[in-house]
Design a protein around this ligand. Structure first.
Ligand code: ATP
Ligand code: MG
Length: 201
């Protein structure tokens, strides 16, 4: 079986993530794409990331209607910072028969050589680098046979922009799925002093 892996902070998940995953699923004939929300992302140690349960649930809401999409808790249930090396090792262990395809935007692909255990990464998965507005997609310095570059519909959306919009009272309708708009409102995410799940009644 051919298994796509879409890793991300998903704070919040938006239509850029969903279109990229859908397009790669179709073009590479993947049986399934598993979305993997990070635990504490090591690249984002400087900023406050929403609690993992919120990010996980928004990812579940956003992907629930697609029969080829699923969500994994491997990264949020593993203590400590999230490294893609551990993500792929754990998924490989859980599903030894699956061939893994790790989907990543152009910005993240450009960082990959700085990731922990990069040499082993190439053995664990094929990397699918997808286009992202504002970022150059390139294989420079990467093993040519382990990386595939794929154009996807251009969605100039980032989670950072979505969060800033919420802070400013601007709409995120149509940037994120409807259920995610409602979830953000329900739990007052991205507003100063936003509560954690357990505090809500
Ligand atoms: P943030 O602004 O918080 O960094 P983000 O929008 O970059 O959020 P991430 O969760 O960091 O989202 O990204 C997860 C993965 O999805 C990364 O590989 C990233 O490159 C890719 N990605 C995010 N947004 C897009 C987009 N609009 N088009 C294509 N790929 C995207
Ligand atoms: Mg990002």
């Amino acid at each position: 079986m051919r298994l796509g892996v879409m890793g991300g902070t998903f704070d919040p998940i938006h239509h850029g993530h969903l279109v990229a995953a859908s397009e790669v699923q179709s073009l590479l004939d993947l049986d399934e794409v598993v979305f993997v929300p990070t635990g504490q992302p090591w690249q984002k140690a400087g900023r406050e990331v929403s609690p993992a349960e919120h990010r996980y649930l928004m990812t579940v809401i956003a992907t629930a209607s697609n029969p080829r999409f699923s969500v994994s808790r491997v990264d949020i249930d593993r203590p400590g910072p999230t490294y893609t090396l551990d993500t792929l090792r754990d998924l490989h262990e859980q599903r030894p028969d699956a061939e893994l395809f790790f989907i990543t935007g152009a910005d993240a692909l450009a960082q990959i050589l700085s990731w922990k255990g990069v040499e082993e990464l190439w053995d664990l998965a094929t990397f699918i680098g997808v286009t992202r507005p504002g970022h150059e997609l390139s294989k420079t310095g990467l093993p040519q046979d382990r990386v595939i570059l794929q154009e996807v519909p251009a969605m100039a959306i980032s989670s950072t922009d979505c969060r800033n919009r919420v802070v400013a009272g601007e709409p995120v309708w149509y940037l994120v799925p409807d259920g995610v708009v409602q979830y953000i409102g329900k739990y007052q995410l991205y507003r100063p002093g936003a509560g954690v799940l357990q505090d809500e009644t």
